[in-house]
Design a protein around this ligand. Structure first.
Ligand SMILES: [Zn+2]
Length: 121
């Protein structure tokens, strides 16, 4: 996005996924390229104790995925975050390993899949 009026601090063109409008006065800590991210709606299980009883419930939320790169640094970091502000920034190699592992988990052999519990009635 920095083609018109590229700030003097910017080392080169933005990555093609960058959606930031960079400015000359950007603080050095903010001189980075980012995308808009993707908010993935998710249902997740929460277990907690209410007194001595373990209670399970399903909640709705989002996981946020995105990319981040400091200006002038060739490394791209892949963000995994949630609605509560918890964030992990993974190297591209780590992120690829994670995606591959997740794919194998969901497509894996039947022994790796969660099987429905046998009915006991
Ligand atoms: Zn940029």
């Amino acid at each position: 996005m920095g083609d018109i009026g590229t700030p003097s601090w910017q080392s080169g063109a933005c990555p093609d996924w960058c959606t930031v409008e960079h400015a000359e006065q950007d603080h050095p800590d903010d001189r980075s390229h980012r995308d808009d991210g993707i908010a993935v709606p998710v249902a997740f299980r929460i277990r907690r104790f209410v007194g001595a009883e373990l209670v399970e419930e399903v909640a709705q939320g989002h996981l946020v995925l995105g990319r981040w790169q400091r200006d002038g640094d060739p490394r791209t970091w892949y963000l995994l975050g949630d609605d509560n502000g918890t964030e992990l920034e993974l190297s591209e190699e780590s992120f690829r390993r994670l995606v591959d592992s997740m794919q194998r988990l969901i497509d894996g052999p039947p022994a790796m899949r969660a099987q429905p519990s046998p009915r006991r009635s």
